[in-house]
Design a protein. Structure first.
Length: 80
């Protein structure tokens, strides 16, 4: 039996990304993007999904902070 998992670490710039109306991206939108992108279990694809979702949300608004994403996939203990 194989056990694996995905860990996603973000800076506050992700959840505090703001659109032109002054709305924050927020933890709820991040959670939804994680749910949509987790099926492939590919860390790079998940980062791309989240970045694209933030870009759509922010639109042409000027960035106020950095956006840092770290996604790791744990494949479980190796067979011995």
């Amino acid at each position: 039996m194989s056990r694996h998992g995905i860990v996603c670490v973000v800076s506050d710039g992700v959840t505090e990304a703001m659109n032109a109306a002054g709305e924050l991206y927020g933890a709820g939108r991040l959670r939804q993007a994680l749910e949509r992108g987790r099926d492939g279990e590919n860390p790079g694809a998940l980062v791309n999904t989240i970045r694209a979702d933030i870009a759509r949300f922010v639109g042409d608004a000027e960035a106020a902070d950095d956006l840092t994403l770290l996604v790791l996939r744990w494949n479980g203990p190796s067979a011995r």
